[in-house]
Design a protein around this ligand. Structure first.
Ligand code: TTP
Ligand code: MG
Length: 356
C-alpha cells in the first residue's frame, strides 16, 4: 500500500523561539551562538533568523565572521534546555495525528499518517496551523509516499512552506535535481558520479544498475532506488520515553515478610512484558519495581543496565534484586507493579547511556 509520510522541520528554530519570546526582535537579524557566554572560546553560529541570513550569516559560521557580516545583529546565547521543551511540545501536537513519529533532530521529524483517515496534505496543513496557533512558531512541511520524498519536498519552500509530491509527480519532481540530493551522495561520490556523466537525479535514475553496483557496490543500487523515488525505510517511532508496565492489587492483605511469594507474583507480569517487547521488537534498558503500601505510600526502585533486557528471566532477576533492597517487614502491600522503559530496538547497536 502507498504510504503517506510527512516531514516537518521548524524554521530557524532557535532564533524563532527567541524572537517569539522577545517581540522587539521580530523582523531583526537574530543570531544564536554557541559559546557566546564563554569569551575565551570561539563562538559558532547555531542558527540565524531569516533576516540575518540575508547578510550571509548561517549555521556553523564563526562568531567573528558573523559579526563582520552583520554587525547590527542581535547576538544571543543558546538555551538548549528551553528549546528541548519546545521540541517536546511540538511532538505532543504531532501525537494527536499519529503514533508513528520519528524525531530526527531537535526540530525535525517524520510522521507516518497512512492510518489516519484524513489525507496527508490536510494533516500537514492543520499541524502547521496548530504549531502557529499554540506555539507561535512556523514549520515547513513536505508530503510524499516515503521519507526521502517527504524530506526533499520540505526543503523546497522554506520558511512556512508546504510541498506535496503526488505519486504521479515523482518523476518530474526528481528529474532535474542535482545528484547530491540523493541520500549518501557526499562531495566525493558526487565527483565520481560526475565523471560517469551523471549530474542530475534523472540521469542517475536511468543509469545502468549493474554498472552502478560495480562502481559503488550495494550503495550504488541504493542510489538508483532513491533516484527512482523508491525508499522503503520505515518511520521508526522513538520509544525511549515509552513504558510498558503491569500492576496487580494485593488488597492490602499482603504482608511483606513473604518476599519470596512477591517474587512469584512478579512472574506472570514479567512474562507478559517479555511477550509485549518481543511482539514489537524492542528491548529495555531500565527495569522498575513499584510498591504501593496500604497507607498510600509508594516506593519505587529502578535499575538501568548496560546492554538490554528482553527476556523474562533477566527481568525477574533484576526485579528480585530491586525488591531485596526495600525493607517491607511488617508492611501491608496494596499494589505491586513491574515496568520497563528506555526502550530500544532489539538489534540496535549498544549506545552509551546514563546509568543510575
Ligand atoms: P536546522 O533545522 O538545520 O536549522 P533551522 O531550524 O535553524 O533553520 P531552517 O529554517 O533552515 O530549518 O537546525 C535546527 C536547529 O539546530 C537550529 O535552529 C540550531 C541547531 N543547529 C546547530 O546548533 N548547529 C548547526 O550547525 C545546525 C545546522 C543547527
Ligand atoms: Mg529547521
Amino acid at each position: 500500500m502507498l504510504r503517506q509520510i510527512i516531514h516537518l522541520d521548524m524554521d530557524a528554530f532557535y532564533a524563532s523561539i527567541e524572537q517569539r519570546d522577545n517581540p522587539s526582535w521580530k523582523g531583526q537579524p537574530v543570531i544564536v551562538v554557541m559559546g557566546l557566554d564563554a569569551p575565551h572560546r570561539h563562538g559558532a553560529v547555531a542558527t540565524a533568523s531569516y533576516e540575518a541570513r540575508r547578510f550571509g550569516v548561517h549555521s556553523a559560521m564563526s562568531l567573528a565572521r558573523a559579526k563582520e557580516r552583520c554587525p547590527e545583529g542581535v547576538f544571543l546565547p543558546v538555551r538548549l534546555e528551553y528549546y528541548r521543551q519546545v521540541s517536546r511540545q511540538i511532538l505532543e501536537i504531532f501525537s494527536q495525528y499519529t503514533p508513528l513519529i520519528e524525531p530526527v533532530s531537535i526540530d525535525e521529524s517524520y510522521l507516518d499518517v497512512t492510518e489516519n483517515p484524513h489525507n496527508a496534505e490536510d494533516i500537514a496543513r492543520i499541524i502547521k496551523q496548530e504549531i502557529k496557533f499554540k506555539l507561535d512558531l512556523t514549520a515547513t512541511a513536505g508530503v510524499g509516499s516515503n521519507k526521502f520524498l517527504a524530506k526533499l519536498a520540505s526543503g523546497m519552500q522554506k520558511p512556512d512552506g508546504l510541498t506535496v509530491v503526488k505519486p504521479e509527480q515523482v518523476k518530474d519532481f526528481l528529474r532535474e535535481l542535482p545528484v547530491e540530493k540523493i541520500i549518501g551522495v557526499g562531495p566525493v561520490t558526487k565527483k565520481k558520479l560526475h565523471t560517469l556523466g551523471i549530474f542530475t537525479v534523472g540521469q542517475l535514475a536511468t543509469f545502468d544498475r549493474i554498472k552502478l553496483k560495480e562502481r559503488f557496490g550495494k550503495l550504488g543500487l541504493q542510489f538508483h532506488e532513491f533516484a527512482n523515488g523508491i525508499d522503503l525505510r520505515p518511520v521508526l517511532p522513538d520509544r525511549t520515553h515509552v513504558q510498558i508496565s503491569r500492576e496487580t492489587t494485593l488488597g492490602g492483605s499482603y504482608k511483606g515478610e513473604i518476599v519470596p511469594s512477591l517474587h512469584q507474583i512478579l512472574i506472570p507480569m514479567a512474562e507478559d512484558i517479555e511477550g509485549h517487547l518481543r511482539k514489537e521488537g524492542y528491548a529495555a534498558r531500565t527495569v522498575t519495581v513499584k510498591i504501593r503500601l496500604d497507607n498510600q505510600r509508594q516506593m519505587t526502585r529502578s535499575r538501568t543496565v548496560i546492554g538490554k533486557v528482553k527476556e523474562c528471566r533477566e527481568l525477574l532477576e533484576i526485579a528480585k534484586s530491586l525488591l531485596d533492597k526495600v525493607d517491607l517487614k511488617g508492611k501491608r502491600i496494596h499494589r505491586i507493579g513491574l515496568s520497563v522503559s528506555n526502550l530500544a530496538f532489539m538489534d540496535d547497536p549498544y549506545q552509551p547511556q546514563l546509568f543510575n
